[in-house]
Design a protein around this ligand. Structure first.
Ligand SMILES: Nc1ncnc2c1ncn2[C@@H]1O[C@H](COP(=O)(O)OP(=O)(O)OP(=O)(O)O)[C@@H](O)[C@H]1O
Ligand SMILES: [Mg+2]
Length: 548
């Protein structure tokens, strides 16, 4: 029996769809036409617009073999371009189905209609021969604003209707040469980019941080080989042979081939080299070791820590732990949540002890992320045990989303790994909810001192704080404050509460007062310290009238 075979061919039908290989945008056409000029070895491109007729003239080597123009999939470039740029032989079809005139080295073709899909196109001699190549077609205006973004990084001198497009080096002289990839790589912070680089990003929220310049066409992608997320990576193709390829036909992405993996490895290396040159860093210990593996010895990360153990990613803020100015990290105590099985509230109470307690030598707990474990500075004494002792309940009530309990006294004790004991009376501590509804936040213990010492939001923090789903922050805060005022009123009893209110009100009148009397007719008499007397009569509006 005769063996049957199949064979790959290109069906001419593809020609009818060739123009659709492109997005059909003006920018796309500018990229393709400028690219051809550059590949032809041009240094200058002159664009003119006249009555919707765009004319692009380059000073390249010109076209010897016009048949290459319409051969879909075949290119007539020199070998070096073949190796470094991987031309696909489709670019010119972005102009289909327009009427396009191309003249070069004394010859001229006019491609139109079925000329794009297979009909023979006549080559005639050019009455006005040009060196280089001129491509002419109808299009929207190729003005300076539209051309510049596609010209700025090409290395070409491009003029539009007599105006020169800006030319900006894509990387600086400091960029590292990677001949294995045919590119130069530069790593740095975003603020070192030119405005033209910034314009590459489609929106300010575009997270792509790697910019690859293919001779003027810039492809971006998102890749963070090290934890510093504000770094951007510039990759400038030099024209040497490279395995880095653009995905066809759109050429807006890189092909994820072996060279792409090599590129990613090179980006990682250059990131660590950049950090090495800069000196200071806050990388994790794992990354520090990775750099070492790559032959780069970094200094240790700069000590990175938070003073205190409570943060406020929401609102309100907790009581702050104050460390004395320039207090050395080595004399602080690390609270490492990974180190042992802590109770839920141990960190909170260690924080409150530090914030509210009184000590001869400061007790400053710090929070250091466990990814820093391994650095010498992170190896410091730790808080190992936290205990709360509370005495005699005076009053308790449900408040906001937990229980608030006023007790006679509170003491917190923290033991540290260097054998020290920090113990102090405090005005607030937090313990697990007494009853256990799932959503109860905590039992917050306070002493009477807390009424003066703490602001209401510092207590609110532990009772759930601001709720996103509810009213505005201010409304919720004043509602909590009102609840808290009632709580304190209950703690001190009605007489004492009245006394406090009146004393506070009197204090608000004048500083130098000695005696204030309030009469039931509304008259207030103030006896000042200097012996003077002031009598305040109710104004007419507030005096009850006979009729009322
Ligand atoms: N400005 C020019 N100067 C000289 N030759 C050109 C010029 N423009 C096009 N050519 C010739 O026409 C051929 C086809 O161009 P076309 O843009 O379609 O494909 P390509 O550049 O080879 O590949 P790609 O699909 O990557 O653009 C080129 O290979 C080249 O031989
Ligand atoms: Mg081309």
């Amino acid at each position: 029996m005769k063996t049957q075979t199949i064979q790959a061919t290109v069906n001419p039908r593809l020609l009818t769809k060739a123009s659709r290989l492109f997005t059909g945008t003006l920018g796309g056409r500018i990229i393709e036409v400028l690219q051809n000029a550059r590949r032809a070895g041009a240094t200058e491109v002159t664009i003119t617009n006249q009555d919707c007729l765009v004319s692009v003239r380059d000073n390249g080597k010109g076209i010897e073999d016009f048949s290459q123009l319409l051969d879909l999939g075949s290119s007539g470039w020199e070998d070096d371009i073949e190796v470094s740029e991987d031309p696909a032989g489709v670019g010119l079809f972005c102009l289909a189905p327009r009427e396009v005139a191309i003249r070069s080295l004394g010859k001229l073709v006019r491609i139109q209609d079925d000329g794009w899909t297979g009909a023979p196109v006549e080559i005639v001699s050019d009455s006005e021969p040009v060196n280089g190549t001129v491509v002419q077609f109808r299009d929207d205006e190729w003005n300076l604003e539209r051309v510049s973004p596609h010209a700025v990084f090409t290395g070409l001198k491009v003029t539009v209707d007599g105006n020169l497009c800006p030319e900006v080096p894509f990387v600086s002289n400091a960029a590292a040469h990677h001949s294995e990839l045919g590119c130069r790589i530069e790593v740095g912070p975003y603020d070192s980019l030119s405005d033209w680089h910034h314009r590459i990003r489609s929106t300010p929220f575009d997270s792509n941080n790697v910019f690859v310049n293919f001779h003027g066409q810039v492809i971006t992608f998102d890749y963070h080989p090290v934890g510093e997320h504000n770094l951007r990576y510039l990759v400038h193709l030099t024209g040497e042979p490279t395995g880095i390829r653009l995905m066809l036909p759109a050429r807006t992405r890189l092909v994820e081939n072996e060279a792409f993996e090599t590129l990613k490895a090179a980006l990682e290396l250059e990131a660590y080299r950049f950090i090495e040159r800069r000196g200071e860093h806050a990388l994790s210990y794992k990354e520090y070791l990775r750099a070492k593996e790559l032959g780069i010895t970094l200094p240790e990360a700069k000590p990175t820590y938070e003073i205190g153990l409570l943060t406020s990613d929401g609102m309100p803020d907790p009581v702050q732990v104050e460390a004395p100015k320039d207090f050395p990290l080595a004399q602080c105590y690390r609270f490492d949540p990974d180190q042992k099985k802590w109770d839920d509230w141990d960190a909170t109470n260690a924080h409150l002890l530090a914030a509210l307690g009184k000590f001869e030598t400061p007790f400053v707990p710090v929070d250091i992320r466990s990814s820093y474990n391994g650095y010498s500075w992170a190896n410091m004494p730790t808080v190992d045990d936290v205990k709360v002792i509370k005495k005699k309940i005076i009053h308790e009530d449900w408040l906001w989303s937990g229980t608030l309990v006023c007790v006679e006294s509170l003491t917190i004790t923290a033991r540290t790994s260097d054998g020290r004991v920090f113990r102090s009376v405090v005005c607030m501590a937090v313990l697990p909810p007494k009853a256990k509804p799932q959503w109860a936040d905590a039992s917050v213990y306070v002493t009477k001192e807390a009424q003066k010492r703490l602001c209401s939001s510092e207590i609110w923090y532990h009772l759930g704080g601001w709720n996103e789903d509810g009213d505005s922050y201010d409304t919720q805060e004043s509602s909590f404050s009102a609840d808290l005022d009632r709580f304190w009123a209950d703690v001190v009893g009605p007489d004492e509460y009245l006394r406090q209110l009146m004393f506070e009100a009197a204090g608000n009148i004048l500083e130098e007062w000695k005696h204030v009397a309030v009469a039931s007719d509304g008259t207030v008499t103030i006896q000042l310290k200097d012996g003077k007397k002031k009598t305040l009569k109710p104004s007419a509006a507030e005096t009850p009238t006979a009729a009322a």
